[in-house]
Write a protein that binds this ligand. Sequence first.
Ligand SMILES: [Fe+2]
Length: 312
Amino acid sequence: MALRDEIDKFKAGLTTSYAPFIDEAQSKGELYIFQPYDMYSEENHEAWRKLFDRMRPRWRRYANEWFMKGIEALSLDPERVPRLEDVNGFLAPLTGFRAKAVSGYVPAFMFFDCLRNREFPTTITIRRSDKLDYLPEPDIFHDISGHVPMHTHRAFADALVRFGDCAHTAAEHVSEIADAHVRAKTLSSIIQAMARFFWFTVEFGLMQSSDGLKVYGSGLLSSFGEIQHAIESPEVQRYPVQLEWLINQSFAIDRYQPLLFYVESFEHLFDLVDELDTWMRQGKLNNVAPGEPQISEQDIQSFLTAGNLANK
Ligand SMILES: [Fe+2]
C-alpha cells in the first residue's frame, strides 16, 4: 500500500460507518485484532464524550447499583474513547474478564466460547458524533460502557461463563444426531433459544431492587431513549423472568422493546443459565417456537465446526 493510502487510512478515524482499518482486517479475514488507538479522530472522542455525558444522569437514575460500581471500578474516562488495555487492567483482577478487540460479527459459537474463556468480543469503532441514537450494530460505547461494567460483578461474570458452557453442551448434544438435516434444524432451534435468552437477559434485562426495577441489560444501558422508556413507559410489559417464556419468545431489534423480564439477582441469573444447560441436555430446546431471530448458516456452521461435524 502506498504511503499516502496509509496516511489516509490513519486519518480516517474508527467510525462505525467508515473505518478503512476495519475494512482491511475484514478483507484479510482477521477477526481478532488490536485496537489502533492513535487512529481515533477528535470526532470519535467527541462522540464518546457526548454519549457518556448524556447517559450519566440516566445511569444514576435507572441502572442497577452494580453497574454504577462497575463504571467506577473501571475508571472510564468520560472525555476519551477508552483503551482496551487500560480497561482490562482494572477488570481482569476483579473477575478475570477481558475485552478483546474484534473486526466485526463473531459467529455464535466463537462468541459464546470467548465468554467461556472470560473474553468479551469488543467492537472498537464508534458511531458518528452527529448520530448518537440507537444503531442496530454494536459499537465501542455499547460494548465498553454498556456491557463491560457488568463484567466486574462476580456472579454476573460467572453467568456469562456458564452461558459459554451451554454452547459446548449444544455442540455435544447434536453430535448424537445421525441425520445431517435434522442435526442442523435442531441446532438452529437451540441457537435460537440461546439468542433469545441472551437478548432478554444480558442485552435487555431488568432487576428487582428495594428501589423498584433497575436496568442491567446492555442494550438499555447504552441507549439514551430506551433506558428511560424501559422503566417509565406504561406501555412496556414487565414480567418476572421465566425460562420457558424466554426461549420461545420472538423479538425485533429495530424498535423499543415492548416486553421485558426481570431477575431477582445475578445469582438468580446464574441459576437460570444453569437450568438452560439442563434443558438443552434433556432436548427441551430442540423445537422452540418459530420466529425471530433467524439463525444464519454461518452461526450453525460455527457449532458444527466446533463439534467436528462440519462435513458429516
Ligand atoms: Fe450487546
